[in-house]
Design a protein around this ligand. Structure first.
Ligand SMILES: Nc1ncnc2c1ncn2[C@@H]1O[C@H](COP(=O)(O)OP(=O)(O)OP(=O)(O)O)[C@@H](O)[C@H]1O
Ligand SMILES: [Mg+2]
Length: 406
């Protein structure tokens, strides 16, 4: 693959499919967007396919739209994976250093040793992320090659997915005549697109509040340390509104996006909006305060759930950099203040930028797509394995990882 070969990514979420094709170039952020399509899709629930036909139709339509924009035929794609079935395990490996000086081969051996833990039969390993090395008991080593010693240890984070869930997403993509070149866990991708090097170093928690799940990633000392997922997100907020306002879910979604706010503590006075009844034959007036209270209650639950999870895993003290929020669910006004209150720390909404045909789009909802592109660009050389041997490919990937993270 030459450097200029376009890369196509698919972000298949609970509510939508995004297909984006980019061409690497020398500009900032390092690529030019050639084509972009966003299509609603209800074929997934919490990251798993629940309706193959709907998913295939949405993916095919999104890809066709990009093909017509770029006047090209798309064959290879990189896909993002998120949701309840993606999880992480930390593992350590230890080997003797063969010639008293660490070589690339020692590093490969120690990473392989760290990977040698039992993965449940129903799960597939999708990423092995080296975090740090220990040479003769000296911890925190970032680049061990060339160091003298007799014993090398590696700490890695292994990201895995439930195999059937992974296979079903891949199957839907392949049914569109596409070839999946790479599966990327979205927390890995999003951490690329929205976190600064300082944040990753100091320690932050990344929240991707999507439609069906809130994906959690914790970064510390320059690397991703933990990945998990909470089964509550934007669709639950919409359902709550539908129940509270006695309105169809479609109307509840439109009202949430147009009028939703988390401001109940500083309510500004009585305002009312018109809401469709369930039968769609009449309307009713609803106070915006009620709207805010319903929205705030569900977001409070999501954040409390995440906080409890982090506390149980003893990660809460590892994130002095605070919380960085992405995903469509991050777009509700007032979320930063609520997050600060719940976690008692700093919080911000991530705002990745994409320049698309002279339009500049700044939106937390693009974080996953942008991250997939950045990750795909990074992985591109590694995937060009026709000439390189397995060891060389692994080392190249590791070098990329080092260059990016350290
Ligand atoms: N302005 C807004 N205010 C509140 N919520 C919003 C807004 N815009 C979008 N959302 C919500 O964001 C959610 C979709 O976010 P996103 O596109 O990140 O999800 P997804 O990737 O499809 O789902 P998942 O990541 O869970 O698989 C929807 O529930 C939608 O209602
Ligand atoms: Mg998503």
């Amino acid at each position: 693959m030459s450097d200029q070969t376009p890369i196509t990514i698919l972000d298949i979420g609970t509510t939508k499919v995004i297909c984006m094709q980019v061409r690497p170039d020398q500009s900032t952020p390092g690529f030019e967007v050639l084509g972009y399509a966003y299509l609603p899709c209800t074929g997934l629930s919490r990251g798993s396919v629940v309706d193959i036909d709907t998913t295939v139709h949405a993916v095919r339509s999104a890809v066709k739209e990009v093909e017509s924009q770029t006047n090209s035929r798309i064959r290879d794609v990189m896909i993002g994976l998120s949701g309840l079935h993606v999880s992480s395990t930390a593992s350590n490996g230890i080997v003797g250093i063969r010639n008293k000086e660490v070589t690339t081969v020692d590093v490969e051996r120690v990473i392989e040793a760290a990977k040698a833990i039992a993965i449940p039969d129903n799960q597939t390993l999708i990423h092995t992320l080296p975090q740090e090395f220990i040479v003769d008991g000296q911890a925190g080593v970032k680049k061990p090659i060339g160091m003298n010693g007799v014993r090398l240890e590696a700490c890695v984070l292994m990201l895995r997915a439930v195999t059937s869930a992974l296979q079903n997403v891949v199957k839907c993509v392949e049914m569109c005549g596409l070839r999946v070149k790479q599966v990327i866990a979205q927390p890995v991708a999003v951490s690329q697109s929205v976190l600064s090097a300082d944040e990753k170093d100091l320690g932050v928690c990344l929240l991707d509040i999507g439609g069906g799940t809130t994906d959690v990633g914790v970064c510390k000392r320059g690397a991703l340390r933990h990945v998990s997922s909470v089964p509550i997100a934007g669709e639950h907020v919409t359902n709550d509104l539908a129940v509270a306002l006695c309105t169809p879910p479609k109307s509840a979604e439109a009202i949430k996006v147009a009028h939703g706010k988390i401001i109940s503590t500083e309510y500004e006075g009585a305002q009312h909006i018109t809401v469709d009844s369930l039968s769609n034959q009449s309307t009713q007036k609803v106070s915006t305060q009620l709207l805010s209270e319903v929205i705030e209650a569900r977001y409070h639950e999501i954040l409390s759930f995440v906080k409890r999870d982090l506390k149980e895993k003893q990660l809460l003290d590892m994130i002095p950099g605070g919380i960085v929020i992405t995903g469509g669910g991050a777009l509700v006004p007032g979320l930063v203040d609520l997050t600060k209150r719940v976690f008692n720390c700093q919080a911000r909404i991530a705002e990745p930028t994409i320049v698309l045909q002279d339009r500049t789009l700044v939106d937390a909802g693009y974080a996953a797509s942008l991250g997939l592109i950045l990750q795909a660009l990074q992985e591109r050389d590694r995937l060009d394995g026709s000439k390189a041997g397995a060891v060389t490919r692994m080392w190249t990937a590791f070098q990329h990882w080092l260059d990016y993270h350290l």
